[in-house]
Design a binder for this molecule. Structure first.
Ligand SMILES: Cc1ncc(COP(=O)(O)O)c(C=O)c1O
Length: 294
């Protein structure tokens, strides 16, 4: 049902290093302008399932800068679903028009339900879902970040046969779905390295839920203080990276993974002479939210 606007491709990054490691970026950000990168992958089978079940409303969860909220709203608009976003932070209710992500989602037709942070933490509890059903009627629930079995299945399509040449595949980790799909599609000689963008030791368990093989690790040193936290070093890195390679990175996810991988290369984390593929998971709409204005 959902079609890419452009196929992704691998772009070589000129990053001279003492270990003669080669670095490529998989440009998943080009897949779709509004349902970009891993959002495209995660929504693909979820939208098919919602259609199959005859559901015409998608309900999902997210925070103020959520790429997932933006993508679900756009997908709903384009593929004929009503969309409901359960948004973390009830203080946003009367100022969401100031937030570019939420404003765009609203303009794409999403109806919001703002909840407190405490309520939001209960999002997967049966009683909360029941309350949502009482309030909104029948819906197809897409979990936060689009991570469920079908989201992971979509992410298993990120790597293709031509990627067998890589030894390491690296990506940013938020809820764990993207790296799980990547892990499930690795060849035996390959290893996936995930860089969580938030302080989240819990992510090891999340990834274990969706994967069977052990060819992976999470390196938890590059969250920069937490979700959507950024410092001047990361901001400068994003700017220099764009100048040098003409690839935009977002402040929440992809800048952290590229920064982290470059740093790990310099520190000798990867096998010398190996080939690394970094997944550009999109999310560039986040650039409009001025998170990087520090
Ligand atoms: C642009 C971008 N990259 C990476 C991630 C992390 O993916 P996951 O939540 O599947 O770990 C997200 C969030 O879902 C994202 O929006």
């Amino acid at each position: 049902m959902i079609q890419p606007q452009q196929q992704s491709f691998n772009q070589k990054i000129d990053f001279p290093n003492a270990f003669e490691i080669e670095v490529y970026v998989k440009r998943e950000d080009v897949l779709h302008t509004e349902i970009s990168g891993n959002k495209f992958r995660k929504l693909k089978y979820n939208l098919e399932e919602a259609k199959r079940l005859g559901k015409n409303t998608l309900l999902t969860f997210g925070g103020a800068y959520s790429n997932h909220i933006a993508a679900v709203a756009a997908a709903g608009r384009d593929y004929g679903f009503k969309t409901i976003g359960v948004i973390r932070g009830d203080e946003l209710a009367d100022k969401f028009q100031d937030n570019p992500t939420l404003k765009k989602a609203f303009d794409d037709g999403m109806q919001f339900y703002f909840v407190t942070r405490t309520q939001y933490r209960e999002k997967h509890h049966e009683h909360f879902l029941q309350e949502l059903h009482e309030k909104f009627g029948a819906f197809y629930m897409v979990p936060e970040g689009g991570t469920n079995e079908l989201g992971v299945k979509g992410c298993e399509e990120i790597l293709t046969e031509e990627d067998t040449v890589f030894d390491f595949v690296c990506c940013a980790v938020g809820t764990g779905g993207t790296i799980s799909g990547i892990i499930n599609s690795l060849h035996l000689h390959q290893k996936a390295i995930g860089l969580p963008v938030l302080q989240g030791g819990f992510l090891f368990d999340e990834v274990r839920k969706y994967t069977k093989n052990k060819q992976w690790n999470l390196v938890t040193d590059y969250h920069f203080g937490g979700y959507a936290k950024i410092n001047i070093e990361l901001k400068q890195f994003m700017q220099q990276f764009f100048k040098k390679y003409l690839i935009s990175l977002d402040p929440v996810y992809t800048s952290k993974v590229v920064f982290g991988v470059f740093d790990l290369i310099k520190k000798g984390y990867f096998t010398p002479h190996s080939k690394i593929l970094i997944i550009h998971t999109g999310g560039l709409q986040g650039l409009q939210s001025n998170i990087a204005d520090i």
